[in-house]
Design a protein around this ligand. Structure first.
Ligand code: PAF
Length: 289
């Protein structure tokens, strides 16, 4: 049976027992409304640890004033059942007061420089400050040996890795592959905002990423690839925030070797739903996923 813990002292007691028994603790932070993508993070954590904690906390500090904090889907019973089925031991369910004892507005804030200035950071000012502010707290609360984050949030993963290294958190970060629906749409809690008409159109994001990869691999210029991607998405009905090709460090590849690792990233809005996705590939080879 999964144990649901809402009190920090109780969490510390459980984690302390495990640590004294020499067990390795795996952690999966989430905002709930869990789907097969989250369950795969728990299963991956199991491969790296003996005991698994997953947190569900819809973190107010990472949402902008006009974003979907209030309507973000909250499904605690289904989340607990899904976590139990995927092998999670403890569901950590902190309240806002536990997470932010001085209140969210008075919280000590963390800011990772550089990598947060671009893409999601540019389109969602303050978002990554909220993410690092809460993830650092979660790490202090759970004290995991390993924490699993999805590659779907590519930039978030880079920001977390930076924070862990810079603040010397004594834990390992493991990245999990993106889980996709049959038509390629990356699994996301926000997919359920899509209307029946929008849902098949949303798969164009993954198709566009594949086309971006193919364009770069076959020698098209990055500018042309990005322009065509944005224009294709607009024709399909999206408002495009970005459709770009970057190095793994998320910088523009000018000056980088024409051969090497790249990531294509898209953020686009379909109606009221903002979707993000990415695709990692090797430039200069004919690799196909
Ligand atoms: O990726 C998410 O669900 C959130 O950004 C995280 C890491 C749980 C922090 O609130």
């Amino acid at each position: 049976m999964i144990e649901t813990v809402t009190n920090l002292d109780a969490l510390r007691a459980r984690v302390g027992e495990w640590k004294r028994a020499g067990l390795r603790i795996g952690f999966v932070p989430t905002m709930g409304n869990l789907h097969a993508g989250h369950h795969s993070l728990v299963k991956l954590a199991r491969e790296h640890a003996d005991c698994i904690v997953a947190s569900v906390f819809v973190n107010p500090t990472q949402f902008g004033p006009d974003e979907d904090f209030a309507r973000y889907p909250r499904t605690p019973e289904a989340d607990a059942a899904g976590l139990e089925a995927s092998g999670c031991d403890v569901l950590w369910l902190p309240s806002v007061d536990t997470m932010y004892p001085y209140g969210a507005a008075q919280a000590v804030h963390l800011r990772v420089p550089g990598v947060t200035d671009t893409l999601e950071g540019a389109h969602r000012p303050g978002h990554f400050d909220g993410v690092t502010t809460v993830v650092a707290r979660l790490f202090n609360q759970v004290q995991p040996d390993v924490a699993v984050f999805g590659r779907k949030d590519y930039q978030q993963l880079a920001v977390i890795r930076y924070m862990v290294r810079d603040l010397a958190f004594p834990l390992e970060i493991v990245a999990a592959e993106t889980k996709r629906e049959a038509d390629g749409l990356a699994m996301s809690s926000r997919n359920q905002y899509l209307s029946a008409e929008e849902r098949p159109v949303a798969a164009q994001i993954h198709r566009t990423l594949l086309a971006m990869r193919d364009g770069i691999v076959s020698g098209e210029s990055r500018a042309a690839v990005e322009r065509n991607a944005a224009s294709h998405l607009r024709d399909a009905g999206f408002d495009v925030d970005y459709a770009v090709v970057r190095t793994p460090e998320l910088v523009e590849p000018e000056g980088a070797s024409p051969i090497g690792p790249r990531v294509a990233l898209i953020a686009a809005r379909l109606g009221k739903t903002r979707l993000i996705d990415n695709l990692e590939f090797e430039a200069g080879t004919a690799q196909r996923a």
